[in-house]
Design a protein around this ligand. Structure first.
Ligand code: ZN
Length: 425
């Protein structure tokens, strides 16, 4: 006997209906149903429409009932860029940055990513898992139902595998979906720095040992490279991504964040699922993205936290026709937040995206960036019943209220995974 749930009382039901990734004007089309309802069967959406239409279905009568009391419902957020597993915050560096030290100065002093690497290598799997579990609870509390998670704070064989195995264990024991990405090419670790041959040897470790092992154990779907000054060059990134691809790991890239390296053009060339950051892109990069299926993933939380004052040119990207997504970039150095609503607020006020464009970028296009657009990202028949319910009268209030959480309920595959106190009553 099927397990059915009738959900009613959505003053605005943002279906995001339609197929494929959204470009240009299509980003603004939320497919809103007023006084909407959903019928969920075995964790998937069986029907979606107006309350009158859904309640009239024979199955609705015998289904379990959930009335949302006139709140706004949208697909659960798909956060397509996070660094979930790390050992500790870097609050001490935050203070240095406020005093004027640059991100790269801090990195040169052994801070930055290498600081997180040192702490991660010393941490037990149990401690890392405990911290990640708390973060996952927070992601759910802000309406996120799927996250991508990258390795990259281990940077040796044992520690990178430790992170990726934790992705798998966490995916099995808690409700959110975790899409695993191998980011062994985050930076060159301390023990390989300082000699001309160092970077070359580390890349050999990645391409000859780690990537094949990650593929053998099926620990990741994607291979990512941080292509920037102080990290990896475009030539090195291409070599790593090609080996990843040969081993079945689809490419994605950290591109044009601090400096323009040509990583965007590389992302398009290798058919990357996404290239992320893009603060420094030029018009040629924007034109290349517009013609490609590579998602332009913008991470305004990072620019906000670093106080750099320079955001990615979202308007130009959207108007040119690129597939724009938004993600938190949750990480201890540059974007310590799990709040997708805060990212939407930044997208609206700083990137000049409309609330509708920002919501599409954080749902449908996030799903496309993770190659899961057939399963999640919109409230469409056949997709998983992953949804977020907000305590607002109008969807525009989701980014309008900033720095606070108005997510009232989050549901993953038809099961409540977060409920505000009033929703529990
Ligand atoms: Zn990142």
């Amino acid at each position: 006997m099927a397990n059915s749930l009738l959900i009613t009382g959505a003053s605005q039901l943002l279906t995001l209906r339609g197929s494929g990734a959204r470009r240009g004007a299509a980003l603004a089309n939320l497919g809103i149903v007023k006084d909407g309802a959903l019928l969920v069967r075995d964790g998937r959406i069986a029907a979606v429409g107006t309350r009158a239409k859904i309640e009239a279905m024979p199955e609705a009568g015998s289904a379990e009932k959930l009335d949302l009391g006139g709140r706004v419902v949208l697909p659960g957020f798909v956060d397509s860029h996070t660094h979930l597993i790390h050992a500790a915050s870097r609050a001490e560096e935050y203070e240095l940055k406020i005093a004027g030290a640059s991100y790269e100065e801090i990195a040169r002093k052994g801070g930055g990513i290498l600081n997180s690497v040192k702490k991660l290598r010393a941490a037990t799997s149990e401690a890392l898992k405990k911290r990640a579990r708390c973060a996952l609870t927070q992601f759910a509390a802000y309406g996120t139902t799927t996250i991508e998670a990258k390795s990259g704070y281990g940077l040796d064989v044992a520690s990178e595998l430790k992170i990726l195995r934790l992705h798998r264990e966490l995916a099995a024991e808690q409700p959110l979906d975790i899409v695993s990405t191998f980011l062994g090419a985050h930076v060159v670790p301390a023990e390989y720095r300082g000699t001309p041959e160092g970077a070359k040897k580390y890349i050999e470790l990645l391409t000859e040992k780690l990537i094949p092992e990650v593929a053998r154990e099926k620990l990741a779907e994607f291979c990512d490279v941080f292509c920037d000054r102080g990290a990896f060059t475009r030539v090195q990134a291409e070599e790593i991504l090609k080996v990843g691809k040969r081993n079945g790991l689809a490419p994605r890239l950290h591109a044009e964040q601090l400096t323009r390296t040509g990583a965007t053009q590389l992302a398009v060339k290798v058919g990357a699922a996404s290239c992320d950051h893009l603060e420094q892109v030029n018009s040629g990069d924007i034109a290349a993205l517009a013609k490609s299926k590579t998602v332009a993933t913008l991470l305004p939380g990072c620019d906000f936290h670093l106080g750099l004052g320079k955001y990615a040119p979202a308007r130009k990207l959207i108007d040119a026709g690129a597939i724009v997504a938004l993600a938190t970039d949750y990480n201890p150095g540059t974007s310590p937040t799990m709040s997708m609503p805060m990212i939407l607020s930044l997208a609206c006020s700083q990137l000049r995206m409309t609330p509708a464009e920002a919501i599409t970028a954080a749902t449908v296009n996030g799903a496309y960036a993770l190659r899961r657009e057939k399963q999640i990202g919109s409230l469409t028949v056949g997709k998983f019943a992953d949804l977020a319910v907000f305590e607002v009268a109008d969807y525009r209030e989701i980014p309008y209220y900033f720095g606070m959480n108005s997510c009232w309920m989050t549901m993953k595959r038809g099961v409540v995974v977060h409920a505000a106190d009033e929703a529990k009553a």
